[in-house]
Design a protein around this ligand. Structure first.
Ligand code: PGA
Length: 235
């Protein structure tokens, strides 16, 4: 399974190093065979060799250039990063990323063979409009994305569930994941208010291949508990 921590705009470089060391120690001490990804804030990136993989929360689709505030391939390469998160709802809805700009990033990093965690998810009004509308909306987020890319991981994260403590029911997650699996064979993670108390149940669901965790992953100890659940299930 794939267990991923999205640290967002949290943890300084010093705190991130401590976090990564703690998780890495846990993975080694417990012979964890799951794929563990950690996405730190850009300024907290460090080269890392070990069991866990460090990824970037974002990157611009260029080697380098005049793109104020962005980082490019050259900067990721400096840290040995070959994993990237694309299409997160906070980038779509707060930072105004369009499907077109997301597709450009996807294509650029796909052509370089990056592992891409591609996020999709609907706002509450779409969820309330029923399943047909929900699937139609998610299809718009698949526009221009190569769903057969061999290094793709998809994360389904309902926008209304991110950082809110709300989640769809376990049955709703399973039903939707089963439908999404028909569109792409890529590993499919669930994200949105996953925490120590519900991670085990979510991970056990059919067609859930892992989790993408934000706030509840900020404590290494909690993240490690979730990794442990995945290891015990070993799907
Ligand atoms: P959350 O965030 O776990 O805090 O809901 C998940 C995410 O945004 O990836």
């Amino acid at each position: 399974m794939i267990i991923a921590a999205n640290l967002k705009t949290n943890l300084t470089r010093k705190q991130t190093s401590k976090y990564v060391d703690e998780v890495e120690r846990f993975l080694n001490a417990n012979n964890i065979s799951q794929e563990v990804l950690v996405f730190p804030a850009m300024s907290s990136l460090n080269p890392h060799a070990g069991k866990l993989t460090i990824g970037a929360q974002n990157a611009y689709p260029v080697l380098n250039g005049a793109y104020t505030g962005e980082i490019g391939l050259e900067h990721l390469e400096e840290f040995g990063i070959k994993t990237i998160l694309i299409g997160h709802s906070e980038r779509r809805h707060i930072l105004g990323e369009t499907q077109e700009s997301i597709t450009k990033k996807f294509d650029f990093y796909k052509n370089l063979g990056f592992r891409i965690v591609y996020c999709i998810g609907e706002p509450l009004e779409i969820r309330k409009a029923g399943e047909d509308e929900l699937l139609k909306y998610l299809d718009t987020q698949y526009a221009g994305i190569d769903l057969n890319y061999e290094n793709l991981v998809i994360a389904y994260e309902p926008v209304w569930a991110i950082g809110t403590g709300l989640t769809p029911t376990l049955n709703d997650i399973e039903v939707l994941h089963t439908k999404l699996k028909k569109k792409s064979k890529a590993p499919l993670l669930y994200g949105g208010s996953v925490k120590v108390t519900n991670a085990k149940d979510v991970l056990a669901l059919k067609n859930v291949d892992g989790i993408l965790v934000g706030s509840a992953a900020l404590y290494a100890e909690h993240f490690c508990s979730m990794i442990n659940y995945a290891q015990a299930l070993n799907k």
